[in-house]
Design a protein around this ligand. Structure first.
Ligand code: ADP
Ligand code: MG
Length: 388
């Protein structure tokens, strides 16, 4: 339903108000190219569109160089995009068509950087007070708000400390307090925990999530760490070469990858090359070097002749001594059985193809034995063979 349709219904205006209120960020076809020293052009952000609702936690996940920081900096107003638009609530803060480009201070977003970016000559208190002073908040109000923010991030006792006198984790708490002190509805995070020790990182991750839920700001969080992404996100945007390759809940991107890239970037994946030969009962029929199989088409448009890759997760399949009566099944040889505590990893091969299979520890198979590998068609996904 479009906004125009909504306004014609009896509940129209209320519903429309709700719709508007709930969208904190609307990015449309945002593009930013850089010119390298050798004059080659890098499409750092390439036609990205993304909506975020109030209180939502969205994670941008992707390898180094895929454009995560550039996208965040464009949203914060620290980088001027080449084209597209950015709206916060109903306010355009950037539009190439309308020649709008609001300064960072006018965008009312908090930002937390990997490098903390604190003023070294200012105390924790003054660092946190900085955005309030920049916005000319009444001085009588500042102390209370700064102390509240420092309490929220768990370091009220460090108000007078300078950054050089604090641990990395404590400095990042100061940066977090600075990002939330203005009650921004949107806070941007650029790999904020990657300079913090592993132990403190897990603690801070949990605290950050609690704080975000309590204060109810929308968080757009950049990381290259898939575990971190899965732990924090309501929705994950998996990025590749300046584009969002897939956007969905952690469970969706894990269980329903739409490309080889996403299935390999998130979790572990087995792959078989193949070609679509037909359709049957809602599944694609696929010829592969290990025989004909039935699989789910992961994207629309796959048809007879399409080259695909069949992907499945190591835990979404089964090994058995006897041949299953029906379904996708292959006789395999066990190359290794590795006890990993919570489960056993079998390295197997079918013909010339090697796969990883994770099973419960009571699986009796040993190196050199043969077994049957079965993968339900629901768990075998056909994705395009070529990456776009
Ligand atoms: N100021 C710049 N000048 C030239 N190229 C840049 C600049 N900033 C980023 N890039 C390039 O843009 C691409 C995306 O970079 P970045 O957004 O930092 O990626 P990420 O944060 O995902 O690691 C990379 O290829 C990077 O080399
Ligand atoms: Mg980066």
């Amino acid at each position: 339903m479009t906004t125009a349709d909504l306004s014609r219904t009896s509940a129209g205006s209320a519903a429309r108000a709700d719709l508007r209120q709930s969208v904190v960020l609307r990015v449309r076809a945002l593009t930013k190219h850089f010119r390298r020293e050798d004059r080659s052009i890098v499409p750092a952000v390439d036609e990205v569109s993304l909506d975020m609702s109030a209180g939502e936690f969205v994670v941008l996940l992707g390898p180094s160089g895929c454009g995560k920081t550039t996208l965040l900096r464009c949203i914060a107003g620290l980088e001027k995009p080449d084209s597209g638009s950015i709206e916060m609530y109903d306010r355009k803060v950037y539009s190439s068509a309308e020649n709008i480009n609001t300064m960072p201070e006018g965008r009312h977003v908090g930002m937390v950087f990997q490098s903390y970016a604190l003023w070294p000559h200012m105390s924790a208190f003054d660092n946190v007070a900085y955005p309030l002073r920049a916005r000319k908040v009444a001085s009588g109000e500042i102390a209370g708000r700064v102390h509240d923010a420092l309490r929220t991030v768990g370091i009220p006792e460090l108000a007078k400390q300078f950054p050089g006198q604090m641990s990395g984790g404590q400095q990042q708490r100061v940066a977090l307090a600075r990002a939330i002190v203005s009650n921004n509805n949107l806070v941007l995070f650029d790999e904020p925990l990657s300079n913090v020790d592993a132990k403190v990182r897990e603690q801070l991750r949990i605290e950050l999530l609690e704080m975000q839920q309590k204060l109810n700001f929308a968080a757009l969080y950049v990381t290259h760490d898939q575990t971190e992404a899965m732990a924090l996100a309501n929705r994950v945007a998996v990025m590749r070469k300046g584009k969002i390759a897939q956007l969905g809940s952690p469970r969706d991107v894990y269980d329903q990858p739409n490309s080889r890239y996403v299935s390999n970037f998130i979790g572990t994946s087995n792959e078989i090359p193949g070609q679509v030969v037909g359709e049957e009962d809602g599944f694609l029929v696929i010829d592969s070097p290990i025989g004909t199989t039935r699989a789910i088409g992961a994207v629309p448009g796959l048809r007879a002749g399409s080259k695909v890759s069949l992907v499945f997760r190591p835990e979404r399949c089964a090994l058995s001594a006897n041949e299953p009566a029906s379904g996708n099944r292959w006789l395999c040889t066990i190359d290794a059985a590795l006890f990993l505590g919570s489960h056993t990893e079998h390295v197997i091969h079918v013909g010339e193809r090697a796969f990883l299979i994770w099973s419960s520890n009571d699986m009796p198979f040993k190196r050199g034995e043969t077994a049957w590998l079965s993968v339900a068609s629901e768990h075998l996904r056909a994705v395009p063979a070529e990456e776009g």
